[in-house]
Design a protein. Structure first.
Length: 81
């Protein structure tokens, strides 16, 4: 993941992290090459803090250009409808 680009991921699994991850929720990903080399993904949760989770729990998504202002700068996970 490029450090210059914000990437968003949708949670598709949460086994073992039921209290921390919500299925079908969009999370902001943060570039962390060391974590990625170990199959982990750093994401920002609802509290605004970033945590490591298994990368297999997420699928990258494309956020439409018109929606980026709603996501940018929030630092929060967003529930998908």
């Amino acid at each position: 993941m490029s450090g210059d680009t914000q990437r968003y991921f949708i949670c598709v699994r949460n086994e073992g992290y039921l209290a921390s991850l919500q299925l079908c929720t969009v999370y902001l990903g943060i570039s962390d090459p060391d974590a990625e080399s170990h199959g982990m993904l750093r994401v920002v949760d609802e509290s605004g803090e970033d945590y490591l989770f298994p990368a297999s729990f997420f699928v990258p998504i494309e956020v439409p250009q018109a929606a980026i202002p709603a996501f940018a700068g929030r630092g929060l996970a967003t529930r998908s409808s």
